[in-house]
Design a protein around this ligand. Structure first.
Ligand code: NAP
Length: 283
């Protein structure tokens, strides 16, 4: 007989963390659906509210990846949460951002956290990751001609592995009561500078890689010229500004507390992903 028990819905199911959450669920034989515009089990588009009800059918908990590359999305998330209440969902794990409650008002990070936390229909867990290590392997922070150029003022960040975020997310989804109301600051085991990042990439790839501390405005303008939406400058400014001011993420220990093993180090991540840089020798 077909299993009709409620399932977990994984938004951003084709993305970095969502796809890993889905893999964990499949490995454990837990019913789950991925959702996104392409390459998921169910079609879902934040910009098409008609898709909200369909995607929530037969679902009792949700891994919620908000609309990406935007600063104004609180209304869309609120509409989705309203629909989730109607559908009988009772737990939401939200992928937010490190220090999300301190986000500037022109970015909806804190507003979305507060909306979720204020709803009585759901238990919730809020994941607040530091800068994700995969930024260095998926073109967000590429090494070009041996140079890694990012504004940092020489300060440090406790980069976190997307696989650790996914592992924490899975635990919150499988045992919602144990993580109800939790806000996890998800970081790596150590804060490291971009100089150390470049040196580590150089070591695992066998190539010369140097770090260049770029001016913040120049870097943001470059991102917009490359296609990042202009209003997203506020987010990039907040994220890089925190590091430059010496307020980048610091190790929290939350990954280890939740999943029972230490967070992945950048060195281990780089070893595992060395091919991402060696395959780009021509760049
Ligand atoms: N990068 C970092 O350092 C960092 C740090 C902290 C927090 N975060 C947060 O992490 C989140 C991103 O999570 P992630 O890295 O797991 O995902 P991701 O790899 O950025 O992928 C985004 C996912 O969202 C889907 N998506 C994009 N536009 C959509 C739309 N209009 N409707 C429905 N789905 C859509 C994508 O699939 P389709 O395109 O096929 O729809 C994809 O599955 C962002 O909210 C970001 O703020 C990132």
């Amino acid at each position: 007989m077909a299993d009709t028990s409620p399932a977990t819905l994984i938004l951003g199911g084709s993305g970095r963390t969502g796809s890993l959450v889905a893999q964990h669920m499949a490995d454990r034989g837990v019913r789950a659906y991925t959702a996104s515009r392409r390459g998921s089990d169910r079609f879902f588009d934040w910009d098409d509210p008609i898709t909200y009800a369909d995607v929530l059918a037969g679902v009792d908990r949700v891994y919620l990846v908000p609309p990406v590359m935007r600063v104004r999305y609180a209304d869309q998330v609120a509409a989705f949460l309203n629909q989730a209440e109607i559908a009988g969902v009772w737990h939401i794990t939200l992928l937010s951002t490190y220090n999300g409650d301190l986000a500037p008002r022109e970015i909806d990070v804190a507003t979305v956290e507060a909306d979720l936390a204020g709803r009585e229909a759901f238990t919730h867990s809020i994941l607040r990751p530091a800068w994700v290590m995969q930024n260095f392997t998926d073109d967000h922070l590429p090494v070009i001609n041996g140079v890694l150029a990012v504004p940092s003022g020489g300060a440090a960040e406790a980069f976190v592995d997307a696989a650790d975020i996914a592992a924490v997310a899975v635990d919150t989804l499988l045992e919602p009561d144990a993580h109800a109301g939790a806000r996890y600051g998800l970081t790596g085991p150590r804060a490291i500078t971009f100089d150390e990042v470049a040196a580590t990439i150089a070591a695992v790839s066998g190539q010369v890689v140097v770090y260049q501390d770029l001016d913040q405005e120049t870097w943001i303008n470059g991102a917009i010229a490359a296609g990042v939406p202009a209003d997203y400058a506020a987010m990039l400014s907040w994220l890089t500004g925190a590091i430059i001011a010496g307020n980048g993420s610091t190790p929290t220990g939350d990954v280890e507390t939740v999943i029972g093993r230490p967070a992945t180090s950048f060195a281990a991540f780089a070893e595992r992903n060395a091919a991402a840089w060696t395959a780009r020798e021509d760049r």
